[in-house]
Design a protein around this ligand. Structure first.
Ligand code: FAD
Length: 323
């Protein structure tokens, strides 16, 4: 059965985020011939609607209210709820990003709908849409469907591959102004902690350091390799707690959940709370001097050795090959 699916597209630093295209791909699968609609909040750049069309949107709603230029829970909740009433979709999808995690449950609750969050896959079983999501810190997977009302779900970044863009595809663009009143919080300025670095949640390669790096300077060999590989740098909570790096870098149950193609864990023991954030990475490499470290149980490749010896050797070798 065909379904009309509404997707929330996200921007970061003026560009559409990758996760928007991944969610569009999930939407195309679910739509099965129905309409794929995308909504973009705030004033953006030219060409955004075209880009969304190339990745599968049939209609793009541009809600260019000034109050929506920066994310705020109140304003986005009001605008998004109004858009849902307007377009009446069968399914609503968002990225399981900081914004999606805040917005989706609030709007779903307002509309008295269920929400399936943090999905890593979508399966079509006959007429039913079944969402797959990890549970117990990634140790098992649960399959869920919504049986009543609009299906509402968030999709974890880096799990559903975005489709091939088709430059010949076009979308109908619809400009909408919504009424936004009674805003309780106004965002005056967004101050970034980690400017200039690659976003961990969207990175294809991540190199993380743990307490084994022993100091803030101990991240230097990790940063060197990251430069060569074009990787983002993450950390265990052990490293953050020790003051070696910023908490914005923390991967794990109480940090960021990441699913890169390659995750290199350096001097990280592999506590279950760390694994909760990275065990769905496609390839895991562990560098640890303790051959009994639990991280080796989840690693595809393990190097037993001192990270301060191993990392410079890897950097030297990878520098010889164009990446
Ligand atoms: P350690 O466990 O101390 O391991 C250091 C490792 O480095 C050891 O395996 C050692 O062999 C190795 N090593 C030392 N020197 C070298 C060297 N020169 N070369 C190579 N290897 C070396 N942790 C997270 O990471 N993320 C979370 O989100 C998180 N959330 C938590 C939530 C709760 C409620 C709790 C209770 C804990 C949480 N933790 C989290 C903490 C977690 O339990 C661990 O304490 C933490 O992950 C340990 O960090 P680590 O592996 O860097 O340190």
């Amino acid at each position: 059965m065909s379904k009309d699916v509404l997707v929330v597209a996200e921007r970061r630093d003026g560009n559409l985020r990758n996760v928007s295209f991944e969610v569009l791909e999930a939407a195309r699968k679910i739509a099965n011939g129905g309409k794929v609609m995308a909504v973009l909040f705030g004033q953006g750049e030219d060409g955004e609607a075209e880009q969304l069309a190339h990745y599968g949107a049939d209609q793009v709603y541009l809600v260019a209210n000034e109050e929506l230029n920066v994310y705020s829970t109140d304003a986005f909740t009001k605008a998004f709820t109004e858009i849902i009433y307007m377009v009446k979709p069968d399914t609503v999808l968002l990225g399981h990003t900081v914004m999606g995690r805040d917005l989706a449950p609030r709007v779903a609750a307002r509309l008295e709908l269920g929400l399936i969050s943090d999905c890593t896959d979508v399966e079509i079983q006959g007429d039913e849409v079944v969402f797959v999501r990890p549970i117990y810190a990634g140790k098992a997977f649960q399959k869920k469907k919504i049986t009543n009302g609009i299906t509402f779900a968030t999709i974890r970044p880096n799990n559903i591959a975005k489709g091939e863009p088709d430059a010949s595809r076009t979308a109908e663009t619809i400009d909408v102004k919504v009424t936004i009143t009674d805003i309780r919080t106004i965002i005056k300025e967004v101050v970034k902690k980690t400017s200039g670095t690659i976003d961990l949640t969207e990175a294809k390669i991540i190199i993380s350091g743990g307490r084994g790096v022993k100091s803030a300077d101990g991240f230097n060999p990790i940063n060197e390799l990251a430069k060569v590989l074009g990787a983002a740098v993450g950390a265990s909570r052990g490293a953050c707690d020790a003051g070696y790096c910023d908490y914005a870098m923390q991967v794990g149950q109480t940090g960021k959940v990441v699913t890169p193609d390659l995750y290199i864990a350096c001097g990280i023991s592999g506590a279950v709370q760390h694994l909760a954030g990275m065990s769905n990475s496609k390839i895991i490499v562990a560098i640890n001097k303790d051959p009994e470290a639990p991280i080796f149980k989840v690693a595809d490749y393990g190097i037993v050795g001192d990270l301060f010896e191993v990392l410079p050797l890897l950097t030297e070798e990878f520098s010889k090959v164009p990446v």
